[in-house]
Design a protein around this ligand. Structure first.
Ligand code: PGA
Length: 249
């Protein structure tokens, strides 16, 4: 089963308006001729200008977070329908910084995944263990709960249209990448979970990205693993040439 590679750049809380536009243009130019899906994930306030900057290009746009409700009295929050109307196609759900800094639980992340699908967005469900959990030998227990609860509120058809990003917390922003073998082992475990619950069709269709200190010099090896279908890139996505080099890998 061949799955189209998906490379997404999560800009996190970086860039100003001018930087965001410049980076979006530079990414579009530097990745023009590639046969992979390229996504940029700017801060929420720059989604519209970035969407305008990328109009007509091959690069699509994602958001870093959404609220689980579609609208209402939730000061400061952004909903799925808002993101879709702003030009987003994708949204991160349960990024490790949302889980660990902002206290998002597996249940809340599951609600957000459902909210994304209601709005016609493709959720990128982020999962991954901390260093303590890896050292304690509970990586699979943790990831299983994150995947199962993260997908609990959607049906199999929606699961097939969901992306999963495996991002070991100890590899995010640390310069410490999982080895290709470590990544492949967890990716295969996640695909096995999908196979048990949803069958071959869904398991073979879902794209599973790796994230955590992906750089131009480690991307090729990571991407060559059988169950690694792309990358979710943080730091290296802020430099168009580095991000483009990862896209080419
Ligand atoms: P990093 O971030 O590439 O800077 O480690 C990855 C992520 O948080 O998605």
């Amino acid at each position: 089963m061949s799955r189209r590679t998906l490379i997404a750049g999560n800009w996190k809380m970086n860039t100003t308006l001018d930087d965001a536009r410049d980076l979006a243009w530079a990414v579009a130019e530097a990745t023009e001729d590639v046969e992979v899906d390229v996504v940029v994930i700017p801060p929420a306030c720059f989604l519209v200008p970035v969407a305008e900057a990328l109009a007509g290009s091959h690069v699509t746009i994602g958001a870093q977070n959404l609220h689980a409700e579609d609208k209402g009295a939730f000061t400061g929050e952004v909903s799925g329908p808002m993101l879709a109307s702003a030009g987003c196609a994708w949204v991160l759900c349960g990024h490790s910084e949302r889980r660990h800094i902002f206290g998002e639980t597996n249940e809340l992340v599951g609600d957000k995944v459902a909210a994304a699908h209601r709005a016609g967005l493709t959720p990128i469900l982020c999962v991954g263990e901390t260093l303590d959990q890896r050292d304690d030998g509970v990586t699979e227990v943790v990831v299983k709960a994150q995947v199962e609860t993260g997908l609990a509120k959607i049906d199999a058809g929606a699961v097939e249209r969901t992306v999963i990003a495996y991002e070991p917390v100890w590899a995010i922003g640390t310069g410490r990448t999982a080895t290709p073998e470590q990544a492949q082992a967890v990716h295969a475990f996640i695909r096995g979970l999908l196979r048990e619950t949803y069958g071959d069709g869904v398991a073979d269709a879902v794209r599973i990205q790796y994230g955590g200190s992906v750089k131009p010099d480690n991307a090729t090896q990571l991407m060559s693993q059988e169950d690694v279908d792309g990358a979710l890139v943080g730091g290296a996505s802020l430099k168009a040439e580095d991000f483009a080099a990862i896209v080419r890998a």
